[in-house]
Design a protein around this ligand. Structure first.
Ligand SMILES: Nc1ncnc2c1ncn2[C@@H]1O[C@H](COP(=O)(O)OP(=O)(O)OP(=O)(O)O)[C@@H](O)[C@H]1O
Ligand SMILES: [Mg+2]
Length: 346
């Protein structure tokens, strides 16, 4: 069996769409409404569909019938050789909730694998570029180990106000709504304690923030790493797309590829790669000095089979008080071009 890359993608997408339309018999809502589609894949060797689906109730008489109907759909209608199915139960917060995605919010996670490559700077600047293009944007700083969005955007760290029904009211800066783990984490608490908190905190940010009604995009600044966080994101925000950040250097690009493949395996769409600190423009002779080597960005993009969205130069913004570039600086224009490419793909 030899399918082209695009054929594979299309059939997985169609499979995903079909599965989303199914009705969870234990609550009479579509799986799209409940967010119950956890994983959709195709085992190429056996040509079986691989699904992980969460229902409101796993133990119910109706589940047997659901499985039967699902198998019929997969084999007879969609032509797969068989079905590997794992059933889970929706977590308590999801039950009875119509997810944000019903409102058509697009979640975009920013991941790197390696720390210190510019994830937070890029997340904030991309959010600003989207806002400049007239879009309503939110930003979740999920880096529980080193939340730096407040410092990157120059936002005061304080416990946010809440609504009467206990929802978090986000901060607002540069016309972007922001919530950060920094608002909730006591800096004196040891780092060890933070890992187990991440899942709860992410759930909190996903379900309990009073975002503006018109919000279209929510960026998520992810903690560095490839493992647990990706799984947490997958279970809470399965429809989150990803941008992968690397520097030109192999130490960053090797682990960025790993982070990208990890996200792909969990069925996240990788939008593209951004190469940060690509070069330093020497003011003495206008030459591009390749301080951190070269090739990391294109290498990661090729391996993940996604576009290289842009290459940012080594520079500090003129503003001084925060890390946001304006449109009269080269990096500001590159952020704008990256934002346009992402929006065009919608
Ligand atoms: N293009 C750039 N030119 C110069 N300095 C940069 C550039 N991008 C980021 N930096 C600086 O590098 C440092 C790390 O950036 P940032 O905090 O955005 O990275 P990160 O990947 O989010 O790090 P962490 O893993 O700690 O979360 C910051 O001091 C930032 O100002
Ligand atoms: Mg960071």
């Amino acid at each position: 069996m030899k399918l082209g890359k695009d054929d594979k993608m299309v059939s997985k997408e169609i499979l995903h769409e079909k599965i989303e339309l199914l009705i969870d018999p234990t609550c009479q809502k579509t799986l799209k409404e409940t967010g119950g589609v956890r994983y959709v894949g195709i085992d190429e060797e056996t040509q079986k569909a691989v699904l992980v689906i969460a229902l409101e109730k796993k133990e119910s008489d109706k589940v047997k019938h659901f499985k039967l109907e699902l198998t019929k759909l997969i084999k007879l209608e969609l032509g797969f050789a068989g079905l590997k199915l794992e059933l889970e139960e929706l977590n308590p917060k999801e039950k009875g909730t119509v997810l944000d995605k019903e409102k058509n919010i697009r979640y975009i996670g920013v991941a790197s694998g390696k720390g210190g490559v510019g994830k937070s700077t890029i997340t904030a600047n991309l959010a600003v570029a989207f806002a400049k293009l007239g879009h309503k944007v939110g930003l979740i700083d999920a880096d529980i180990y080193g939340p730096s969005i407040p410092s990157v955007m120059d936002i005061e760290i304080k416990l946010p106000r809440g609504t009467e029904d206990q929802k978090i009211i986000p901060s607002n800066k540069f016309n972007i709504e922001v919530v950060s783990t920094a608002f909730f984490v006591d800096n004196n608490k040891p780092l060890l304690w933070r890992g187990p908190m991440l899942h709860k905190m992410l759930e909190h940010f996903f379900y309990d923030v009073k975002w503006d009604e018109d919000i279209e995009y929510i960026f998520i600044d992810l903690p560095p790493g490839t493992g647990d966080v990706a799984l947490d994101i997958q279970s809470i925000i399965p429809q989150c797309d990803m941008i992968v950040i690397t520097t030109p250097h192999p130490t960053a690009s090797t682990i960025a590829v790993k982070a990208g493949f990890g996200a792909k395996q969990l069925n996240h769409e990788i939008i593209g790669v951004i190469e940060n600190m690509a070069y330093y423009k020497n003011p003495a002779n206008d030459k591009q000095e390749l301080i951190f080597g070269k090739g990391g960005g294109i290498d990661v993009a090729e391996q993940l089979e996604v576009p290289l969205l842009g290459q940012l130069e080594i520079a500090q913004p003129k503003s001084g008080s925060h890390s946001i570039f304006s449109l009269d600086e080269p990096n500001g224009l590159i952020y704008l071009s990256i934002a346009k490419q992402i929006i065009q793909k919608d």
